[in-house]
Write a protein that binds this ligand. Structure first.
Ligand code: NI
Length: 515
């Protein structure tokens, strides 16, 4: 499987051919070794850029080949599905992989893609194209790089983001995890030096390197070439108007790698099928950042106060207003939609996906699933997956059974169809009160922090009208508003067929929950 180059990137390639003044100086790949002279070439890393080999040169002394990240066929990892979101009304396309045998990695890809799309909406983008490529595939490590190309007015912003998956523990990490904590300051010094050589601002490079990785912060994507060089990719706007790739040569990079980074290099240099089972304990050397840039992906909900707002039974006529209120408040949220409502209003669901919201299943027609025949269960659960696949290009990872009602038969069908069961920890009773003020009060009275999931229904006008205040009140109270997958990503995966009441992927007690 090859991921296609987005239209935005083709436009950007056109930009690269414009006559450039000072900006041209930043469009270089620079080796750090004194013996490796800088060579000028366009910033690499397009999803379909072929592996580079030495090109014929009339020069009698050929330039050294610059290290590059090489795309690995996604099928190397195992069974992979290509997800293709196409929302022409919003100017959005996104093509990313889903890995059947690496659920947390699939969730991480969803989370990063969603945040990239939310960022594009906050930036009032005219178009956004997201592409992905597998950059490492080994027995115990997989690397994926997502790239967003966002055009707003005359400005096109290209943002690469790397995800590194540890298949032993089944957790995904930001790319700083590749670097040993004790080598971090030396790594930053080396890359900042390369930035200076490339005509960039070393202070800006340092600030970016120590920040959270894009799209949550300004931090670069980091990958490895097959020879063992570190390739550090800064988004456009950080070191210059274009994306800038800098490299640390293999001989300097080798002692900087963490144990996880060394595993990643093996996965880059010798691609192999995924073999680890994700059942192991988290790598203790990755227990915290340890002086590096943050190694968790997205918000660390064990440090920040994260709340997952969820909306059931839609889409309804007021759903676009809910989407607008969330976008205005820079919030993420999860919508558990009905298959039949999605069929009758696909554009609203597609708009939600294009705005970076999480779409999940609430069955086709809202029956009590625990009371249905096996045939009806298939219609309700498989049918909704099919409708969502047709509407937004992917089947969901999460399901909320109507009334929270499920039993072992429901769990089995959910497991077979890749669905974790997500209940709630805060019930606003908005369907009962139909009161905007009561819904605001219930959704913002969260008590002790336990990674709460708040239940609401976007088919009621009283709830639709409550959302702007809920978003602003929670934000003012210091909460980060996230999707369910974003809330749980770093703390263990929500597994298919298991049921959860809050965003922690471990055993849970609560209404119909059993992690
Ligand atoms: Ni419902």
């Amino acid at each position: 499987m090859t991921f296609k180059e987005g239209a935005g990137q083709r436009r950007n390639a056109g930009n690269l051919r414009r006559p450039l003044g000072a900006a041209a100086a930043s469009l270089v790949l620079v080796g750090l070794a004194a013996c490796a002279p800088a060579s000028v070439q366009p910033s690499g890393g397009g999803p379909s850029a072929p592996p580079t080999s030495a090109s014929p040169s009339p020069s009698p002394s050929p330039e050294p080949v610059e290290p590059k990240i090489v795309e690995v066929p996604a099928s190397t990892v195992g069974k992979v599905t290509e997800l293709s979101l196409n929302a022409p009304d919003q100017g959005v396309t996104a093509e990313v992989p889903r890995f059947d045998d690496a659920r947390n990695l699939s969730v991480a890809v969803e989370v990063v893609r969603g945040r990239m799309l939310r960022q594009a909406s906050w930036d009032k983008a005219d178009s956004a194209a997201i592409t992905a490529r597998v950059t490492a595939a080994g027995a115990d490590v997989v690397g994926v790089e997502l790239t967003s190309t966002v055009t707003a007015g005359a400005v096109t912003t290209v943002t690469p983001s790397a995800i590194w998956y540890d298949a032993n523990s089944g957790l995904s990490y930001a790319p700083a995890a590749l670097i040993d904590p004790t080598a971090w300051s030396g790594f930053v010094t080396a890359v900042s030096g390369a930035a200076t050589e490339a005509g960039g601002d070393a202070a800006k490079a340092t600030e970016s390197l120590n920040d959270q990785a894009a799209p949550y912060g300004t931090g670069p994507a980091i990958g490895l070439s097959p020879e063992g060089a570190l390739v550090v990719s800064f988004a456009s706007g950080i070191l210059g108007p274009e994306r800038v790739d800098l490299t640390v040569p293999a001989d300097q990079a080798e002692p900087m790698l963490s144990a996880f980074g060394k595993q990643a290099l093996t996965a880059v240099a010798k691609p192999a099928a995924l073999a680890a089972t994700a059942a192991g304990a988290p790598d203790p050397t990755l227990a915290d950042a340890g002086g590096r840039a943050p190694i968790k992906i997205g918000p660390d909900c064990m440090v920040l106060k994260c709340v997952a707002l969820t909306f059931d039974d839609g889409p309804g006529g007021g759903t676009p207003d809910v989407q607008d209120a969330l976008a205005k408040g820079k919030a993420g949220a999860t919508f558990f939609v009905l298959g039949e409502n999605t069929e009758s209003n696909p554009k609203t669901v597609l708009r939600g996906a294009a705005l970076g919201m999480e779409l999940a299943s609430h069955s086709m027609k809202h029956p009590d699933l625990a009371r249905q025949s096996a045939a009806r269960l298939d219609k309700e659960i498989v049918g909704t997956n099919d409708v969502l696949r047709q509407t937004i290009g992917e089947s969901p990872l999460l399901m909320r059974p109507p009334y929270g009602s499920h039993n072992p038969a429901v769990d089995k069908v959910a497991a077979a169809n890749g669905l974790a069961i997500v209940q709630w920890s805060v019930d606003t009773l908005d369907w009962k009160t139909r009161s905007t003020s009561a819904t605001i009060s219930a959704a913002t009275s969260l008590g002790g922090y336990n990674l709460p999931i708040v239940l609401m229904h976007d088919i009621h006008d009283s709830t639709v009208n409550a959302v702007p205040s809920i978003v602003s009140d929670l934000t003012d109270a210091g909460y980060t508003l996230v999707t369910v997958s974003e809330q749980s990503l770093n703390e263990g995966t929500l597994l298919a067929g298991h049921a959860y009441c809050h965003g922690l992927g471990v055993s849970q007690a609560g209404f119909n929950c059993k992690g």
